[in-house]
Design a protein around this ligand. Structure first.
Ligand SMILES: NC(=O)C1=CN([C@@H]2O[C@H](COP(=O)(O)OP(=O)(O)OC[C@H]3O[C@@H](n4cnc5c(N)ncnc54)[C@H](OP(=O)(O)O)[C@@H]3O)[C@@H](O)[C@H]2O)C=CC1
Ligand SMILES: O=C(O)C1=N[C@H](C(=O)O)C[C@H](O)C1
Length: 259
């Protein structure tokens, strides 16, 4: 039995994770955490009497083996540090960790003898998009990324878009794209820039999570697109992570590295 704490249980993703745990006999929900949480949430979210409800990080006691994190970019580093310090293996979907923070957490995991997973996207379509985009970048060095998300999303660019850019950059020499004399007559209209790769973030009601990678070549173009139409699309990846995380001996980055 994998004993699990869900941080961010009241959010869109946290609720999906609770459903996944409920229908998986090998998983047991032992605690939940969110800053606004209260005992009223037990009835509201149909939590069993055995589930501990926490609203303050420092009050959390170690009942769980695994800490699932779908919270906010501002909280995730402190949360995952806490989890590791208290002997819980983290499965992290929250975006916003910097490369330096991930390295620090990896060192902490090693010190504590724990494994874990940080995945910018638990959806198979996004994992494959990143793999294909990295491959395509060998042949198409001119590329732009457009990510489209629901209007409630707090961070931009999406963690997936940033990870896509980082993967592409491994196979592409940094260079300026577009005319050298290009001028923006409207501020930031060319988008964000990661090593010369332009990223564009769209936020609209009705959308969930979508990404297009546009490659342009001489007289041709390649477009790779993925769509998460429902948040249930992430749960296959979360399930694999929860099944495997206690076997890991390091903090792994990317779902593809445990499949
Ligand atoms: N890796 C992946 O595949 C995916 C990753 N994500 C990422 O997961 C994260 C959460 O997304 P989503 O569920 O849509 O967000 P929501 O806004 O719906 O939920 C956020 C949750 O975090 C809690 N929270 C807010 N502030 C803190 C804090 N300081 N410490 C701990 N918990 C906090 C909220 O609790 P309260 O209500 O009490 O404020 C709520 O339960 C985002 O970073 C998103 O990008 C999303 C989808 C897929
Ligand atoms: O906030 C979201 O919704 C999502 N966040 C992740 C990201 O920032 O890449 C994963 C997915 O895109 C959904």
């Amino acid at each position: 039995m994998v004993k699990i704490l869900v941080a961010g249980f009241s959010g869109s993703m946290g609720q999906q994770v609770l459903q996944l745990i409920e229908k998986t006999p090998e998983f047991e929900l032992v605690a939940v955490y969110a800053p606004q949480a209260s005992e009223k949430d037990r009835a509201r979210y149909n939590l069993k009497e055995t589930v501990k409800i926490y609203s303050h990080l420092e009050e959390i006691e170690r009942q769980a083996d695994v800490w699932v994190d779908f919270t906010t970019p501002t909280a995730v580093y402190e949360n995952v540090s806490f989890a590791l310090e208290h002997g819980m293996a983290p499965v992290v979907g929250t975006t916003g960790l910097t490369d330096e923070q991930v390295q620090t957490l990896q060192a902490l995991a090693q010190t504590k003898g724990l494994g874990g997973l940080v995945a910018p996207n638990f959806g198979m379509s996004a994992v494959l998009l990143m793999k294909f985009a990295k491959e395509a970048a060998k042949y198409f060095p001119d590329v732009e990324i457009i990510e489209m998300h629901h209007a409630d999303k707090k961070d931009a660019p999406s963690g997936t878009a940033l990870s896509t850019a980082k993967e592409i950059a491994k196979n592409r020499l940094p260079h300026h794209q577009g005319a050298p004399t290009e001028v923006e007559t409207l501020a930031n209209v060319r988008g964000g820039d990661y090593q010369g790769i332009k990223l564009h973030s769209v936020r609209l009601p009705g959308y969930v999570a979508h990404e297009q990678v546009l490659f342009g070549g001489k007289g041709e173009a390649l477009t790779i697109r993925q769509d998460s139409f429902e948040r249930s699309s992430f749960m296959g990846g979360v399930k694999v992570a929860l099944e495997k995380v206690l076997e890991l001996d390091q903090l792994v980055v990317g779902l593809e590295n445990i499949l």
